[in-house]
Design a protein around this ligand. Structure first.
Ligand code: ZN
Length: 167
């Protein structure tokens, strides 16, 4: 999913054109990435120029933040001059693809919630189990493994959900 495009669209802007983009990757640690970007776009009846920042970090707790650093109104003339010859980010195809990606993502979340809701308690220690990949399409495993080796079979409905999620 193009999360950057999603963030820009969430700001209510369209005909987004990137006019400046600087990527900085940290050479040590987990190669965290910092993106500073300036875009111009249509907003409501006018046009804006905004500077945004995206930070991504990896490692054991990966994450991402996006923030608008500054935003100023510009004239239609300024927009046209600066956008001239540059690509528009939110083409109809890109917006369609994003909608599809969001729908798929939400579908996965819903399936995961339903599957989690079916998780039984471990017959040995009572902890709530989770669906774990197995040779024959998943089984309930105990989060206490390896101290606890409790396991269980997925019901037909849980198996169907699991297959839809994991193929
Ligand atoms: Zn257990």
């Amino acid at each position: 999913m193009d999360v950057l495009l999603r963030d820009y669209i969430d700001l209510g802007i369209s005909e987004i054109v990137v006019i400046e983009s600087a990527n900085r990757e940290e050479v040590t640690g987990f190669q965290d990435q910092h993106l500073a970007q300036t875009v111009i776009a249509r907003k409501g009846a006018g046009f804006v120029k905004l500077k945004a920042r995206e930070d991504r970090w990896f490692g054991p707790r990966p994450g991402r933040t996006f923030a608008v650093i500054s935003q100023q109104e510009i004239t239609e003339y300024d927009y046209k001059v600066a956008a001239n010859g540059k690509e528009i980010m939110d083409t109809a195809e890109a917006r369609q693809q994003l909608r599809q990606d969001i729908a798929n993502y939400e579908r996965r979340l819903e399936l995961e919630d339903r599957l989690d809701g079916m998780a039984p308690k471990c017959p040995k220690c009572g902890k709530t189990m989770y669906a774990n990949p197995g040779k024959f399409g998943g089984f309930w495993a105990c989060p206490g493994y390896p101290d606890c080796d409790g396991r269980g079979s997925l019901s037909p409905e849980a198996r169907r959900l699991y297959r839809e999620l994991h193929g």
